[in-house]
Design a protein around this ligand. Structure first.
Ligand SMILES: NC(=O)C1=CN([C@@H]2O[C@H](COP(=O)(O)OP(=O)(O)OC[C@H]3O[C@@H](n4cnc5c(N)ncnc54)[C@H](O)[C@@H]3O)[C@@H](O)[C@H]2O)C=CC1
Ligand SMILES: NCC(=O)COP(=O)(O)O
Length: 337
């Protein structure tokens, strides 16, 4: 059964807090369903820095029962934490907090390997820690984010980035593109697919019978009847009308400055923001550190943290593990369905 397969975890940027959080997650949950897709020596170094005694068990796809003990720290009286690791070699030794473009290909390699395993049924879900989009591009690799890479690798027709807390969910109509390109990216076909994907995934993943989706406008006051922009009249309203006629439960376009208020929060299952910084600041203000990032529309489960690489905290032990724990708990819930 797929739900009994390993959960593959990618620590992301090795100079960031991803490795710290993955180690904390393993320590807190002690869940042998977790397999970490990363450089084993980097994990050992970070564990030593954080004073978490670990023992690496090398993950072997072909013979999982014949796991070999790779390392046992000396001098520990209590049993060290056993960590199953799918080893992917780094490009260069890591100094926490210091990015190196020599490790960018490594970061992408971990994601490609983990995704391949999810697509082939080797793993039941993917839990990702943050990557640094800038340093990957600095290495000459075109990269917008996990969401876009995973969509490409899996051939998914339409994916949607959704950030969620226990109080609210915010989906994005566009993801990692410059603000000046947003208007052009909101098309009748694209927006229709985004809304259909959200509707389907809320039914499948969250068991909501008729999802109530609040759609933000793009312009101030949702365009003020066309006086502050025409995207609502030309695209957003026609899409909403068409999909409502097909049975979707949509409200909008709502002015984005007033839609995130308690009375709408009560009835909305999700808000669709037109761009990254229209919706995410609200959600992060409400629940930073307890939110997750879940990709709708992939052929497998992928959940991530709500924050970035926090280079300032890498290796210090001060990174808050709330979001990665929430992501882990959501995966456990989703695979149990
Ligand atoms: N899922 C992903 O892979 C994501 C990656 N990023 C990447 O992260 C990089 C840095 O982004 P920033 O905008 O600086 O955001 P950031 O989230 O890394 O940091 C913003 C602030 O929040 C703090 N912070 C973040 N996570 C924390 C945690 N777990 N515990 C305590 N404090 C925490 C940081 O110390 C910093 O003060 C960017 O290159 C971006 O591409 C950003 C968001 C998500
Ligand atoms: N702000 C969310 C974010 O940037 C995460 O993107 P992704 O790497 O999960 O696509």
């Amino acid at each position: 059964m797929l739900k009994n397969k390993p959960i593959i975890v990618t620590p992301g940027e090795p100079a960031g807090i991803g490795p710290d959080l993955v180690l904390k997650l393993a320590q807190i949950t002690n869940d042998n369903q977790l397999v970490i897709c990363a450089d084993k020596y980097m994990l050992l170094q970070r564990a030593q820095l954080l004073e978490i005694p670990i023992e690496i068990i090398e993950y072997d796809k072909s013979n999982q029962s014949d796991e070999t003990l790779d390392y046992t720290p000396l001098g520990h009286k209590t049993r060290p934490l056993q960590l199953r690791v799918l080893h992917i070699p780094l490009g260069q030794n890591v100094v926490p907090g210091q990015l190196s473009s020599l490790n960018s290909q490594y970061v992408v390699d971990t994601l490609v390997r983990a995704t391949k395993g999810c697509l082939e049924g080797e793993f039941c879900a993917l839990l990702t820690a943050p990557v640094h989009k800038g340093i990957i591009n600095d290495a000459g690799i075109t990269f917008s984010g996990h969401t876009e890479l995973l969509a490409e690798l899996s051939g998914a027709h339409q994916v949607v980035m959704v950030l969620a807390t226990d109080k609210m969910k915010v989906a994005l109509a566009t993801t990692h593109i410059p603000l000046k390109e947003v208007s052009e990216a909101i098309t009748f076909e694209g927006l229709s697919q985004v809304l259909k994907t959200i509707d389907t995934e809320l039914k499948v993943k969250y068991r909501i019978k008729t999802p109530n989706i609040f759609v933000c406008g793009l312009n101030p006051h949702a365009g003020e009847g066309g006086h502050l922009g025409r995207e609502e009249i030309d695209v957003i309203i026609p899409v909403i009308e068409k999909l409502k006629s097909e049975g979707l439960n949509l409200v909008g376009p709502m002015p984005a400055d007033t839609v995130f208020q308690p009375k709408y929060l009560e009835s909305a299952d999700i808000f669709l923001a037109m761009y990254h910084d229209q919706g995410l600041p609200v959600l992060k203000y409400q629940g930073f550190g307890e939110a997750v990032n879940i990709t709708f529309g992939l052929p497998f489960i992928r959940v991530s943290v709500d924050h970035g690489t926090a280079l300032d905290l890498a290796g210090t032990g001060k990174a808050n593990e709330g979001s990665i724990l929430t992501a882990y708990n959501l995966i456990k819930k989703l695979i149990a369905y």
